[in-house]
Each structure stands twice: as structure tokens, then as C-alpha cells.
Design a protein around this ligand. Sequence first.
Ligand code: NAP
Length: 276
Amino acid sequence: MSSVPVAVVTGSNKGIGLAIVRALCKEFPGDVYLTSRDPGRGQAAVAQLQQEGLQPLFHQLDIDDPRSIRALRDFLRDKYGGLNVLVNNAGIAFKVHDTTPFAVQAEVTLKTNFFGTRNVCTELLPLMKPYGRVVNVSSMVSSSALGGCSQELQQKFRSDAITEDELVQLMTKFVEDTKKGIHEKEGWPNTAYGVSKIGVTVLSRIQARLLNEQRKGNHILLNACCPGWVRTDMAGPKATKSPDEGAETPVYLALLPSSADAPHGQFVSNKTVRAW
Ligand code: NAP
């Protein structure tokens, strides 16, 4: 078994994920895994970074596919005995003018951004080694979407006592409410992406609390973040940050020094803790 530290970035064949792998290859003292749901796109991205003189490794990962997640989990456990850095970056967003029915957008978006990210965490968080760092890439849109929720929902999402099961029930209810055409009446904002990222931010707060309760002595730090508005296929060419600039906050959180005991369980943008 290898004692080399190991980092994994989900959805890293392009965009911010690829830029996070690029930065980790330069700054992380260990093996860095670029992952992609499509091996061809993943290997092409690895080749691109090799052209830049970097040496990422590759593993397939589709966060929508539990078997794919478990295959990565088994690989990491057998080869490294765990994991030092996990960046949950993979995500999707329908374009603003997409005419796909809102209920379909809600189901598809929540499936990857919330449920897929949660499934990765369920399998990989138990593998995190002491002083491990976990970064869940959320969005400032989670904060604006929270502001668009009813007072009752806002209270639930800001609660320090909400459980993972309760969060899953709420995310499931959002999808069901969109199918019934009652999501606005039920207090939800009109953004599937926004609700999915509320889920990612709140999940991070819950997971950090569980780490405090169950693995206090392990010094693992877990945070949600916003990369900023970044020029990628998702956000388009008018966005203000380059992918490398968008990678800065996720990489800062992924490389928090072993002496750090904060931030933890926070929502961070531009390397600054934001109120939730
Ligand atoms: P992007 O260029 O569209 O890249 C998204 C990445 O996620 C791609 O590699 C994509 O793979 C991958 N992915 C999607 N579904 C996946 C799945 N089921 N399993 C594994 N990988 C999957 O988007 P981006 O702008 O870099 O976004 C990265 C993250 O930052 C996302 O979580 C996004 O919500 C967040 N974010 C972005 C911005 C922004 O301004 N760009 C702002 C705030 C937050 P394929 O190539 O196979 O599709």
C-alpha cells in the first residue's frame, strides 16, 4: 500500500475542476487524481496537463453512478488506505433559456449536484485520513436562493440541528413539488440550480458537525465554497474569472495547513467566510 498522500477532484476533465487539478499538481505533495465520467475526455485532459509538464493520475468517476463511486472508493482504500484531499466539484446547470420543463430540470439538477455529491461523500468521507481536507463546490447562488425561500424553509436550512435525513427529505420534496406544480406555493424559489446548491452548502454544514461529533481528534476540515463567476462551459465567456482564478478558493481550502483549525463547516468565497 502506498503511503503517498492522495487528492481527488470530481468532474475535473474541464472548467474549474481541471484548473483545481492543475493547481494541486503544482502545490499538493502527493498523487493528484483527475476524474471524469467519460474516460476519453478524462485522458484528453490528463494529456493537456502533461503538455504543461504536470503529472496528474486518472480514475473514472460518474457521481450519478453508485457503482462508479464504489469502484473509486475501493481503489483508494486498497492503494492508499484512504484519502487526504477530496474536492467535490462536479456539477451541472441548465442554461437560462433552456426550454426543458422545470420539473425535469429540478430532478436532473438535484440528481447530480445534491444527490450525486452526497453519495460521493457517503462513500469517501469515511476514508478521509487525519488532517484531511474536504471542499464541496457550491455557489453564491445558494445564498441568493436561500433568501428566496419561505421563512419556514430558511429557518430549516439555517438550523444547526438539521440532520442529513431531513435535508434529503427537503431536497426530495422540492423535486416532488415541482412535479405537482406547487413548489412556489410551498415556499421554494424558482431555481433548480439554486436549490441544489442550498443542498450542497447545508450538507457541508451537517457533515462538518458530524466530523466534530465523531472524529474530533482527526483534525479534518470540511467546507463549502463559491469559486466566483468563472469562464467555463457552464457560465459562458462573459464571466469575470479565468478557471485558474476560480480554482483559487477551492485550492486554498484543499491545502489548509495542518496547523489550521478553521475554517470548518463554513461557506467561503474569495477565501473569506460568508454568513449563511
Ligand atoms: P463545467 O465547465 O460545466 O464543468 C463541470 C464538470 O463537472 C465537467 O467536468 C463535467 O463533466 C462534470 N460533471 C457533470 N456531471 C457529472 C457527473 N455526473 N459525474 C462526474 N462529473 C460530472 O462547469 P464549471 O463552471 O467548471 O463548474 C464546476 C463547479 O463549480 C460546479 O459544481 C458548478 O456548479 C460550480 N460553480 C461554477 C460557477 C461558474 O461561474 N462557472 C459559479 C459557481 C459555482 P462532463 O465534461 O462529462 O460533462
